[in-house]
Design a protein around this ligand. Structure first.
Ligand code: PHE
Length: 345
């Protein structure tokens, strides 16, 4: 009997000794097969039970051997797993001192910067922004604006038509006609309408088949040309600097009477004369005038009661002057190198 218990001790000692030599997971697996699996030496001890006289004592010795070996096996397994994890962590360590991959940022097209700036100035003065639309009808783009049927701008050469009646608006002035005729109650208006306009021009450095304008319209009782001048003067100073002055030159637009061309004193040379202002000291920035009474009437306003002024700024022209851009085509060619040159907002 002593012999049998001795054998349990020996099997236990052999197992613990073998386990102490295990250094990796493969060896641990082999150990399990030899010592702890069904046919391993520790469970194998149970086969000797039938030879034991004191079965309880023998059973207790075998159990003790198995418990100890299993515990040692489990702790070895945990130690090996931890070692493997540490190794992997060391291998996969991320070097946070490495510089990151820069993500290229999008840029605002410079003509958009001008629209935003002009819009802010007029919002401050209490104007509302009206969207208008790119696809127009003859009625809003021409008829209501007092553009006569035989006016050259109605020509196929100048306008993109779809069929007889639809067209791409040739001027944001179409937004004026919309605003005035869509007012249910004919109340005062103060609005700007930034947006695209299209003309059948052959593209070159200063002409483009698409460009942006900002339309302005004020309609109220007793509006005079003094209001127009004061408004544009304030705008020119905010946009181009406090020292700027404006001058009005007589001009012609069918929808304004009188009509003017507005120049601002050169913001490059201050008015002395330089290549930017072609030596004149003045730069033309917009067209304007008093809303033609015929337009007011066509859009449902009584010209005996109401009067108004309107203006239209050429956005690309202002952007070209402001940023020294020499070719209008750059605004729509989407060359990233060009876009990158301008301040991101
Ligand atoms: N629509 C005119 C143009 O495209 C500009 C303008 C707008 C003139 C409003 C007077 C009043 O040239």
């Amino acid at each position: 009997m002593k012999n049998l218990i001795e054998r349990a001790h020996v099997a236990r000692a052999a197992a613990l000794d073998a386990l102490s030599k295990v250094i990796d997971e493969k060896a641990l697996e082999d150990f399990y097969v030899s010592f702890l699996a069904k046919k391993g030496s520790i469970p194998g001890l149970m086969a000797l039970m039938k030879e034991a006289e004191d079965k309880a004592a023998f059973g207790a010795a075998v159990n003790k051997a198995r418990t100890e070996v299993v515990a040692a096996y489990e702790s070895k397994k945990a130690a090996l797993a931890e070692k493997a994890l540490n190794l992997r962590l060391a291998r996969e360590k991320i070097d946070i001192t490495l510089p990151g991959e820069p993500t290229p940022l999008g840029h605002v097209n410079p003509y958009r910067l001008i629209i935003d700036e002009v819009t802010d100035i007029f919002l401050e003065m209490g104007y509302e922004v009206c969207e208008g639309r790119d696809v127009e009808t003859d009625k809003f783009n021409f008829e209501l604006l007092n553009v006569p049927k035989d006016h050259p701008s109605r020509d196929m050469q100048d306008t993109f038509y779809f069929g007889d009646d639809y067209l791409l608006r040739t001027q944001t002035s179409a937004a004026q006609a919309h605003k005035m005729s869509e007012m249910e109650e004919k109340k005062p208006i103060r609005m700007i309408a930034p947006g695209k306009a299209y003309r059948r021009d052959d593209d070159d450095m200063t002409h483009s088949h698409q460009f942006a304008q900002i339309e302005g319209l004020v309609v109220d009782k007793d509006i005079s040309i003094a209001h127009l001048k004061a408004t544009l003067e304030l705008f020119a100073k905010k946009m181009f600097g406090q020292k700027r002055e404006i001058r009005l030159r007589s001009s012609y637009f069918p929808f304004t009477e009188p009509s003017v061309e507005v120049d601002v004193s050169c913001f490059n040379c201050g008015g002395k004369g330089c290549p930017m202002c072609k030596g004149t000291g003045w730069i033309e920035i917009l067209g304007a005038g008093m809303v033609n009474p015929r337009v007011l009437e066509a859009c449902g306003y009584d010209p005996e009661v109401y009067s108004g002024f309107a203006f239209g700024v050429g956005v690309e022209r202002v952007a070209m002057l402001r940023y020294g851009i020499d070719d209008i085509r750059r605004f729509y060619q989407n060359d990233f190198r060009f876009l990158k040159d301008y301040p991101v907002k």
